[in-house]
Design a protein around this ligand. Structure first.
Ligand code: IDP
Ligand code: MG
Length: 141
């Protein structure tokens, strides 16, 4: 089992200037940052990243939203990382997320929900590879 997961602080949270607060929450929860950058992606990249959702009605809007501003992709490590991180971020819809979760605290809607978290070990490794080359990830040198 992999102990890695992948996060993106999404454009709404970056625009709210809460990147530091979110990273503090992630670190306080015991995750080690393996790689991180402040960047922006193209529509082609966003479309590829979210290609599993291409048949969903919100796909086009999701691509527009994820390319609307800066994002902060982060590779993370912790025991049982994928499941632990999904607990830390809360439900997709911030109004349904548990108190104290990242999405409850910082999300503004079902789309602009502040943060992404991988949903499986396999996807975590693929998503880390989508944003970072092997040598950029701590421990992979
Ligand atoms: P997740 O991020 O909690 O895993 P997914 O179902 O994988 O949720 O959806 C990916 C992203 O697509 C969500 O985080 C959110 O930004 C957006 N999204 C999900 N459902 C909806 C919707 O019903 N309307 C608009 N955007 C949505
Ligand atoms: Mg998902």
């Amino acid at each position: 089992m992999s102990n890695k997961t992948f996060a993106i602080i999404k454009p709404d949270a970056v625009a709210k200037n809460v990147v530091g607060e979110i990273i503090a929450m992630i670190q306080k929860a015991g995750f080690k940052v393996l790689a991180m950058k402040y960047t922006r992606i193209t529509k082609v990249q966003a479309g590829e990243f979210y290609s599993v959702h291409k048949e969903r009605p919100f796909y086009g809007e999701l691509v527009d939203y994820m390319t609307s501003g800066a994002i902060v992709p982060i590779a993370l490590e912790k025991e049982n990382a994928v499941e632990e991180f999904r607990k830390l971020i809360g439900a997709t819809d911030p109004t349904k997320a548990d108190e104290g979760t990242v999405r409850k605290l910082f999300g503004t809607g079902i789309e602009a929900n502040a943060i992404h978290g991988s949903d499986s070990d396999e996807n975590a490794l693929n998503e880390i590879g989508f944003f970072f080359s092997k040598s950029e990830v701590v421990g992979n040198q």
